[in-house]
Design a protein around this ligand. Structure first.
Ligand SMILES: Cc1cc2nc3c(=O)[nH]c(=O)nc-3n(C[C@H](O)[C@H](O)[C@H](O)COP(=O)(O)OP(=O)(O)OC[C@H]3O[C@@H](n4cnc5c(N)ncnc54)[C@H](O)[C@@H]3O)c2cc1C
Length: 551
């Protein structure tokens, strides 16, 4: 997809390869428009790749924004339909705690209110294929989740769905390309082209080759997420937003099979949930007005998150935190409201009144409702182009790999690989897992496990390099979670890099540079969670890699 000439004329140029940009590119391409998608880094480098990955209705918004909860629940159901392999169930527990030693009347009323509230959310569950809530006694609660601290009085369950948000972006971009769109990653939209008092395209620059050019289009869709306010300002339009920084932590092990809703020290809600082979703690939500490119996590944010979860699951303090990761929420501007209480609704802005006819921006919304948001933007783009509103099919047509998903055990037997490896492949690639394993059938060396944490085999790395729009080694972090596990890439990055280098024809120098970049990106995420001896040890290891490994 990358590297094709993008000098031409398009109906629509989409800026930003997050879930909204990729979703809009897909919908526009499926409705017969010629499309160019520009992403300044890799797909899902922004909020979409740093979200909690829940395609939920958003129970918190049910009373303030019922329409948002309904839209997200309905869209979550569609996402499960078009990418069944990529979604997984997350049953949450909302434990009943007391404020003092004994349960007071107020405690009991709070539990009852929680149960009624979650019971009301059950009305939305059929839209996304979720199970109704249930009340657990204390005995039942400790039977399902023994790691919880003693003294809890039961819980209410809450059924949600999770998704790999990074692959969701990728699959939308791949589908857009399959319908004729051009997708250019690592290519920044540097400015707008204007003609006869309206927007007539964008200028772009490829960060890897230095190549630059102009792409002309009647409609430009700005889906640059947290970058939008700054990007808008430098291009003469206003994109009002209340950007919010959100940090997550990854722990080296699963603490259980349930998500647990906890209360942070300031009373905010947060969670601990199992994800792949690890657990995730999330999340903070703080106003953020700086450059999203400069985002990172602080030691205070790390402690805030651990403290909140340790109040219910004390053993998290014994886990190793493997990394912190972060993103900018693209929330709609509102004054005088706490971050958590901001609406998760979305807006589509038409900048015609600011002298920029032909430019649309999308602000706010959720990963869970990206498809509906993209449909709305595409309808607006068609209207601006004066084209007939062709029906949207993105809720019906499966994303790549989303049809005829194989059974992992059968695939494992057919191709002679462990079932755990096959299961990971099916989760990430759906029906295309068959194609990945054909690579290993043709060359048995490709069955080599390059990453034990994530169950990545060489065949998957080769397949991804061939078919999934890889331009940099770090793109594999988002394609298959290379180097994001416990080893931080020190074990797995080198063998994977060799496979990618062979597939993409990289020189030895390029391979070394890519390897160094990958480890550096990982270090940025690990540095905030390290201190004392662990920091000293990691710094020593880095020095060894740099010195002996020539990185
Ligand atoms: C911590 C956190 C947790 C969240 N959890 C959830 C959740 O569990 N469920 C849910 O539904 N929602 C969640 N969200 C919200 C959700 O992630 C966002 O609504 C959604 O991902 C926004 O997508 P986007 O495409 O608009 O923005 P982004 O994903 O940020 O994409 C914008 C893209 O534009 C690119 N870009 C910027 N400038 C340029 C330029 N000049 N040229 C080209 N490209 C450019 C960036 O590199 C980036 O990739 C969460 C958000 C955060 C931050």
């Amino acid at each position: 997809m990358a590297g094709e000439a993008s000098q031409g004329t398009f109906d629509v140029v989409v800026l930003g390869g997050g879930v909204n940009g990729a979703g809009v590119a897909r919908d526009c391409a499926m409705r017969g428009l010629s499309v160019l998608l520009l992403e300044k880094q890799d797909l899902a480098s922004g909020a979409s790749g740093a979200s909690s990955g829940m395609i939920h209705g958003g129970i918190r918004y049910m009373t303030s924004d019922r329409r948002v909860t309904e839209l997200a629940s309905r869209d979550a159901g569609y996402i499960r339909r078009i990418a069944p392999h990529l979604t997984f169930r997350i049953p949450f527990l909302i434990p009943f705690a007391t404020h003092g030693e004994e349960a007071t009347l107020l405690d009991r009323l709070t539990w009852y209110a929680t149960e009624v509230y979650v019971g009301t959310y059950d009305l939305f569950q059929p839209l996304k294929g979720g199970k109704p809530s249930a009340r657990l006694t204390a005995e039942e609660l400790y039977a399902v989740e023994p790691s919880l601290r003693p003294g809890l009085h039961g819980a209410v369950t809450l059924d949600e769905w999770g998704i790999d948000g990074q692959r969701l972006c990728l699959l939308n971009a791949l589908s857009a390309a399959a319908h004729g769109a051009q997708v250019r990653t690592w290519t920044e939209a540097t400015g707008l082209v204007r003609e006869a008092g309206r927007v007539a395209g964008v200028r772009w620059r490829d960060a890897l080759t230095g190549e630059h050019g102009e792409a002309r289009a009647s409609v430009v869709v700005n889906a640059t997420g947290g970058w939008s306010p700054r990007w808008g300002k430098s291009n003469g339009v206003l994109v009002p937003m209340r950007p919010g920084k959100g940090v997550h932590l990854s722990l080296d092990r699963r603490h259980g099979n349930y998500g647990i809703i906890c209360t942070a020290v300031d009373g905010r809600q947060m969670f601990l949930m199992p994800h792949e082979m690890e657990s995730i703690i999330g999340t903070t939500d703080d106003d953020y007005y700086d450059d999203p490119d400069d985002l990172d996590a602080t030691a205070e944010e790390v402690e805030y998150l651990v403290e909140g979860v340790a109040s219910l699951v004390p053993s998290v303090r014994q886990s190793r935190i493997t990394r912190a990761w972060w993103g900018v929420r693209t929330t709609i501007y509102e004054y005088g409201v706490e971050e958590d209480d901001l609406s998760r609704d979305h807006r589509i802005l038409d900048h015609a009144a600011e002298g920029s006819a032909g430019l649309l921006s999308i602000v706010g919304g959720k990963l869970a409702s990206y498809r509906a948001q993209s449909e709305e933007v595409t309808d607006r783009a068609l209207a601006l182009l004066g084209r007939a509103a062709l029906p949207c099919r993105t809720h019906e047509e499966p994303l790549p790999g989303g049809d005829d998903v194989p059974v992992a055990s059968e695939l494992a037997e057919q191709h002679g690989v462990p079932e755990a490896i096959a299961a990971r492949l099916v989760y990430r690639h759906g029906s295309l897992a068959r194609e990945v394993l054909r690579v290993a059938d043709d060359d048995p060396r490709m069955k080599l496990v390059v990453c034990r944490d994530e169950g990545i085999i060489a065949a998957e790395v080769a397949w991804i390099a061939r078919h999934e729009n890889v331009r940099r080694l770090q793109d594999l972090r988002r394609r298959c979670r290379l180097a994001v596990g416990g080893c931080g890439g020190l074990d797995c990055a080198r063998p994977a890099a060799q496979v990618v280098a062979r597939e993409l024809g990289w020189s030895a120098d390029q391979l070394r540079a890519e390897l160094s970049d990958l480890l550096e990106v990982g270090w940025r995420e690990r540095r905030p969670v390290l201190d004392g001896w662990q920091l000293a040890e990691e710094e020593l290891l880095r020095a060894v890699h740099r010195g002996l490994g020539g990185l």
